[in-house]
Design a protein around this ligand. Sequence first.
Ligand code: BG6
Length: 470
Amino acid sequence: MKKIPSNFLWGASTSAYQVEGGWNIDGKGPSVQDVSKGGFLSDLKVGGITDFKVCADHYHHWKEDVALMAEMGFKSYRFSINWTRIYPTGFEDKPNSKGLEFYHNLIDELLKHKIEPLVTIHHFDAPITLEEKGGWANREVMVPAYVKFAKTLFLEFKDKINYWQTINELNMVILFSHVLGKQKKGHDTGTESYQSFHNANVAQALAIKELRKISPSAKIGPAPNISLVYPKTCAPSDVLAADNANVLRNWSYIDPFVKGYYSEILIEYWKANNYQVVILPEDEELFKSVSIDFIAFNYYNSTTAQAPIKDSEYKVGDQEMGFNIENMFQSADNKYLEKTPYGWQIDPIGFRMTSRALHDRYNLPIIITENGLGAKDVLTSDGKIHDDYRIAYLRDHIAQIPLILADGVKLIGYNPWSAIDLVSTHQGISKRYGFIYVNRDEDDLKDLKRYRKDSFYWYKKVIASDGEDL
Ligand code: BG6
């Protein structure tokens, strides 16, 4: 066991479109999320859930929210910048000054409280105008728009930001685009998806190059959702399926920035399925010319895989549940793991194993940018929220950190999801993750008052003791 160092980045996370609200004010344009009710997915969501127009109204409560984070003792706060607050359609030549002003104020307030801002450039909320032109599948439109957006942020915030993440969970966006930003149903694993994947990797690499010029001491990395894949049994076909799943779900989203190329397993998979992904000769050079400083990753659970079946026979789940990729793998249930009320498996040892695997493969510092438990919390008549289930989940994961450090992994921060209640990607405000309760329901905005949950006081104690008092 190793002691958690005192400079460890303890904090929590949010994303702009899920927490801010203020969806159409101060010049903000519509994003892919604003035009939907509770996200794009219609077949998974239950009726009567909220949209993303008000959320936690952090846009008007940011000062109070940062004060609560400071009260918990946060050393870091991971949030994203709303693309359409800065470039309302993505096509403007000049950024929206009101949008920049909001983030300057937020960042200054964080710095005032000695909270390190960990900024995600893009978290699921591209301008709808860019999406209508094909989104990531359209290289000519999307890549320059993203690089312009990233460059604007680097220039604007270069004196204030030390840690940048390029794109949140590109792997989930590609593998679960029906959930996270497109109106298509079913799993999109065809040419268009992998062209989008490649284009987004090019965009990230170009942005990394820009950062090196503008702010050479700042650090940058991708922020995929990484979940080590176990084989369901020791049958070699299951072990092979798990390895395939690790490549398609996890490693392919980091390899280009560390190794400088895509895995042969991925390329062969494209060939076998006749996916015509256009890769320009200069792209390989580009990947080889960039490097990342850390890997930010979101960890909710491990994944288990078994030998694949035909796609048509598979029942669609959400992004932490499962999927089947014909001839490669099929997600399987892990009978050894308990589940959250929303059916996500809970695996703290998997957190350690995933961290080890990342370390073995890439040998880079890692930061946890999401981890947490979504549940329906209850506000009692005396203003309390007894979320002992959330404390139990977080305690079991945090207890792994000294072990992960003893394994030699360079884990430098833990920022669970979420700092404050926000709207879930597709299950509304009722699926809460925060340390801070926001008083609203799906359709009734009530007073949006903030309440400290039991987990708030508990996490404060954890941070103050450098993770010893669990
Ligand atoms: C991650 C996303 O996939 O999981 C977040 O980065 C999301 O945006 C979080 O909210 C939890 O998922 P959900 O579906 O419960 O909101």
